[in-house]
Ligand binder design. Structure first.
Ligand code: EPU
Length: 421
């Protein structure tokens, strides 16, 4: 099993390109199930989660061709049962449910299992699809959805106890594109990845307005056609490298970013004392480590709030930022597994009821640590960049789920990292 070895202390500098967004690519790949015509999707990151999604689409009968970042997909006929062996590997496979149901009027998808970042139910996805007329049945760990007479538009409020749902909004929006009549989703997720999916669907002939806001209106159409699309930049990968630059950098430039999507991450870094300078086009930024640093208080929230997917990485930065920082995760209150590992490296962190209280220490020290999920692993890599000594991060497969060639990108910036067995 792969490990990443990080020799702390190198100064990062230079420039790298940010990859296409994993979390936009996954539902966009799933949305190709809505048409029998060919779709060409560019800037799909080469990470294991997009590979799982491609394997699921192939198993469903789609012909998929991938060359570097471009994926060509066509499927004249698709099966309606997503295979458990593939689905169980990735929670996001749930987003084939909406398009399969819309296309075949029936789908069978395994109920996603537990997840280390918290309890991740799918009740809101099902509530939305039921409102469109689907019958929901559970049997042997599978969810079967049927809409024998097709789906019908409806007014649906998708707010849950932790706010809106990203993939739930995606599922209902995709299903509603082929429903009869108009669907209104209230309390929709407004993440840029939802907007990118809506743009993709509209380029297939869907009629969606309001995506990127809390109210999305979808006028159903009878069929969607093939299209071409470029996936948006990955704001979480960009944010992760912004934090790396703030921790260990001396002017690091990130190209292919979107300033608008990075506002709140930029603000958090600036309030801690670092400097982020964007070019006029807003598609590249340079991060300068600050000289006079202070802790910050952060609360995760749905977009445009501070992303839960950047909570662990910022915790790693604040672990060596002078002063007190308080970080609250309202979306996944149990998402603090990285803190126990950071403490093994000498961090002073107390976690209580979804909140981490971090007292910055002067330096962390290397230790063997274990990745527990995608963003937690990224946080450990970041912490190791300035830790004294050689940090060995095991279970690297977690990081390969969502960061394209992360070791190569760090090497390009001058970090001393190596993959080992
Ligand atoms: N929730 C419910 N019921 C549902 C669905 C969600 O109660 O039916 C709750 C969740 O338990 C959570 C909150 O609603 O407390 C938000 O979850 P959401 O449904 O938005 O999460 P998701 O769509 O499954 C996506 C990202 C996650 C990211 C979350 C939150 C993808 C593929 N995944 O998941 O990304 O953390 O939104 O922004 O887009 C990651 O990339 O590391 C990652 C975990």
């Amino acid at each position: 099993m792969d490990k990443l070895i990080v020799h702390g202390g190198a100064t990062l500098s230079g420039a790298i390109n940010i990859s296409g967004s994993k979390n936009a690519s996954l539902p966009i790949l799933a949305a190709t199930l809505l048409t029998a015509e060919e779709c060409v999707i560019r800037r799909v990151p080469d990470v294991s989660d997009t590979n799982y999604m491609i394997q699921i689409l192939s198993a469903l009968g789609m012909e998929v061709e991938r060359s570097s970042g471009t994926v060509r997909i066509v499927g004249e006929k698709v099966s309606d049962e997503a295979p458990y062996e593939l689905v169980r590997r990735m929670r996001a496979s749930i987003c084939v449910m909406g398009p399969l149901l819309a296309r075949n009027r029936r789908c069978v998808v395994s109920l996603p299992g537990g997840c280390v970042i918290g309890d991740r139910p799918v009740d809101l996805h099902l509530r939305g699809l039921e409102a469109l007329g689907a019958k929901v049945e559970f049997e042997a760990g599978n969810i079967t959805l049927t809409a024998t007479h097709g789906l019908r538009g409806a007014e649906i409020d998708l707010r849950g106890t932790h706010g809106p749902t990203v993939l739930g909004t995606d599922n209902v929006m995709m299903a509603a594109t082929l429903a009869e009549g108009t669907t209104v989703i209230e309390s929709a997720a407004a993440e840029p990845e939802v907007l990118d999916l809506a743009n993709f669907l509209n380029s297939m002939g869907a009629k969606i307005s309001g995506a990127g806001t809390r109210r999305i209106v979808i006028e159903g159409v009878s069929a969607l056609h093939g299209t071409e699309h470029n996936v948006i930049p990955d704001r979480i990968e960009a944010g992760t490298f912004m934090v790396a630059a703030a921790l260990a950098g001396d002017a690091v430039t990130l190209r292919r970013v979107n300033r608008e999507h990075l506002k709140v991450i930029t603000a958090a870094l600036e309030s801690s004392g670092h400097r982020v300078v964007f070019n006029d086009a807003g598609d590249a930024c340079t991060i300068y480590r600050g000289g006079n640093l202070a802790g910050v208080d952060l609360v995760t929230a749905p977009y445009p709030g501070y992303p839960t997917d950047m909570q662990a990485q910022m915790t790693a930065l604040l672990a060596t930022t002078p002063g007190l920082s308080v970080i609250k995760d309202t979306i996944f209150p149990q998402r603090f597994m990285h803190c126990a590992e950071l403490k093994r490296m000498g961090a002073d962190i107390k976690v209580d009821q979804g909140t981490a209280i971090v007292r910055g220490v002067a330096q962390l020290s290397a230790a063997p640590v274990m990745a527990s999920d995608l963003r937690a692993s990224a946080a450990l890599v970041l912490a190791a960049l300035t830790a004294k000594g050689r940090t060995e991060i095991s279970r690297l497969y977690h990081i390969d789920r969502g960061y394209e060639h992360i070791d190569e990108k760090f090497l390009m910036l001058g970090a001393r990292v190596e993959r080992a067995q």
